[in-house]
Design a protein around this ligand. Structure first.
Ligand code: FPP
Length: 224
């Protein structure tokens, strides 16, 4: 059976869920938060050590301001209301992506990381203003600046995920088969599962089904 340390998720389909249910796209995002909470709990149950969630990409700034503002308000409310639960339940929060935010958001992220930094049950990485191509370019720039050798080890050293093992599983909900500039380097040998359901409809049973499918796969990492 394959070891399972790290699950990464592209939580797609919130907007469509809102429209499908005669609500707004923003209400779809709000509903998506419930699935975030459920999957964090389930990941703990399944003894997963790292969960990485794609919450906002560098390309998502193309969306209407109203939707962007709503997403960041949701994140803010999520952090403010849940931080105690994360603290108490030994859950570590870590944010990956470009921190080019307002002072308020920057401080919120820093404080959530600091308050949970000693926690060890699971590490939840939230990708915010994240783009994989930029992450790789930044890493190479740093190597250049330090006059070091360009090799795999050094590139990995300067990725946001330098201290996180590569994902074993990537799940993308929402019935689209693409990677959307998410963890392009780290997913080189990851098992990928595309799920038809929209993120707010994704549930514990769907998650368990994917974990069970993963366990049965013969992983070769380029060998035979
Ligand atoms: C993709 O659905 C989802 C997002 C861009 C945002 C995901 C954010 C959340 C679930 C809430 C915030 C998360 C945390 C961790 C606090 P989409 O809008 O692209 O859906 P569509 O494909 O139907 O348009």
């Amino acid at each position: 059976m394959n070891p399972l340390n790290h699950v990464a998720i592209i939580m797609d389909g919130n907007g469509r869920w809102g429209i499908k249910n005669r609500k707004s796209r923003n209400e779809g995002h709000k509903e998506g938060i419930k699935t975030v909470e459920l999957i964090i709990k389930d990941s703990i149950k399944h003894k997963i050590k790292y969960l990485t969630l794609f919450a906002f990409s560098t390309e998502n700034w193309k969306r209407p301001t109203k939707e962007i503002n709503y997403l960041y308000k949701l994140l803010e409310r999520f952090l403010v209301t849940k931080i105690k639960i994360f603290e108490k339940n030994n859950i570590r929060l870590n944010f990956i992506g470009d921190r080019n935010f307002s002072i308020k958001i920057k401080n919120l992220l820093k404080s959530a990381e600091k308050r949970t930094s000693k926690n060890t049950l699971i590490q939840v990485n939230i990708a915010l203003n994240y783009g994989a191509k930029q992450e790789i370019i930044n890493s190479i720039k740093k190597i250049f600046k330090m006059k070091k050798r360009i090799n795999e080890k050094n590139i990995e050293k300067f990725l946001y995920t330098f201290d996180v093992p590569n994902p074993d599983i990537l799940i993308r909900t929402g019935n689209k088969k693409r990677l959307s500039n998410f963890l392009l380097w780290q997913l080189a040998y990851t098992e990928i599962f595309f799920e038809k359901k929209l993120w707010p409809d994704f549930n514990s049973k769907d998650f368990k089904k994917i974990l069970n499918m993963y366990k049965k796969i013969k992983r070769n990492f380029g060998g035979i």
